[in-house]
Design a protein around this ligand. Structure first.
Ligand code: PEP
Ligand code: MN
Length: 345
């Protein structure tokens, strides 16, 4: 950490800063220029970052050398992390193709969607049983019954599953049925929830909050990692902006931005990012070109009757066409798409 003092500091001000550093058990290295003085501090930077040193009289700026996230950083783990979920690898050149309905609505319809997305090339099945709806009067999800149906569909079609958990009290339940625990955008900074999923040993799909920075996202990942769960997949799903012709604004630069700073895989959700089926394929392809480790797409056999997010759902034929375009692109950029081999359809 580097502490920059204001111009022409007094000896008393310098002395005070040095005393505070000594109190913390760290060693300062002082460098005096003509009008500027800076103090370098070597030691436990995490400990220092927790101290409000900027509040000391005469201090102009406190500049960290390390990132505030440690376990999520590339400095901590240089190689890309590769997760393996029931034989499907994610990260390090392996793409997660996550598809399924926004909400699990019933067994017959989920089985049909699962069969169609698997045939088109999806390797992970999604479906919400607990839905974070803007209105309390909207469909809230089937709860445990939905999770049971999701698990049955995953088993039938040989696909790992992902489902959202909204509350720390639901973690045990969702963990019993789903292969990946999803933290939704609205809960990205629900720190108790992050800690709770961090205590499981299930992969966590952590979606970026709609007004969260890339650094906020990585700090939230750090919560999960710091509890001992090293399996985190990040997801860019668009942020709020002034643009009102799309549901959110897809921040594709977040992909290489995260990759430069972190070893964790990052996928893109063009469905929630755009809210528009006509834009989803282009953004899914752009995500792969930008280096994303996969995509997350909502698919429904009858969007006009869907109980949640119907207007943004692709029908299975559209999803299959998207996959026909995505596969050669993935090959071109040296990515592979694993399939879960255990149960052939
Ligand atoms: C979802 O995946 O269905 C969902 C609610 O996404 P987000 O949390 O990104 O809005
Ligand atoms: Mn949705």
């Amino acid at each position: 950490m580097i502490i920059v003092l204001k111009p022409n500091p007094t000896d008393a001000q310098i002395e005070h800063v040095l005393e505070r550093i000594a109190e913390l058990g760290l060693t300062p290295h002082i460098s005096r220029g003509v009008s500027r003085t800076i103090i370098g501090v070597i030691g436990d930077e995490q400990k220092l970052q927790a101290e409000p040193l900027q509040a000391i009289d005469g201090v102009e700026a406190v500049l960290p050398i390390l990132k505030p996230f440690k376990l999520a950083s590339r400095e901590f783990h240089e190689a890309d992390s590769v997760l393996e979920i029931k034989g499907v690898r994610v990260g390090g050149g392996h793409l997660a193709i996550i598809a399924g309905p926004c909400a699990i609505e019933g067994e017959a319809i989920l089985f049909e969607i699962a069969e169609r997305v698997k045939a088109a090339g999806a390797n992970i099945l999604r479906g919400g049983a607990f839905k974070p709806r803007t209105s309390p009067y909207s469909f809230q999800g089937l709860g445990e019954e939905g999770l049971r149906i999701l698990q049955a569909a995953g088993d039938r079609f040989g696909m790992p599953t992902v489902s959202e958990v909204m509350d720390p009290r639901q973690v045990e339940l969702v963990n019993r049925y789903a292969d990946i625990l999803q933290i939704g955008a609205r809960n990205m900074q629900n720190f108790d929830l992050l800690r709770e999923v961090g205590r499981t040993r299930k992969p966590v799909l952590l979606k970026r909050g709609m007004s969260a920075t890339v650094k906020d996202l990585l700090m939230s990942a750090e919560y999960v990692l710091s509890e001992g769960n090293r399996q985190v997949i990040l997801c860019e799903r668009g942020v709020r902006s002034f643009e009102d012709s799309t549901r959110n604004m897809l921040d594709l630069s977040a992909v290489p931005n995260v990759k430069g700073q972190s070893h964790l895989p990052i996928i893109v959700d063009p469905s929630h990012a755009t809210g528009r089926p006509d834009l989803i394929p282009a953004m899914a392809l752009a995500a792969i070109a930008a280096g994303a480790d996969g995509v997350h797409v909502e698919v429904h056999t009858c969007p006009e009757k869907a109980l949640s997010d119907g207007p943004q759902a692709l029908v299975p034929e559209q999803f299959a066409r998207l996959m026909d375009q995505l596969r050669p692109l993935a090959e071109l950029v040296g990515r592979t798409i694993d399939t879960c081999e255990s149960v052939p359809v």
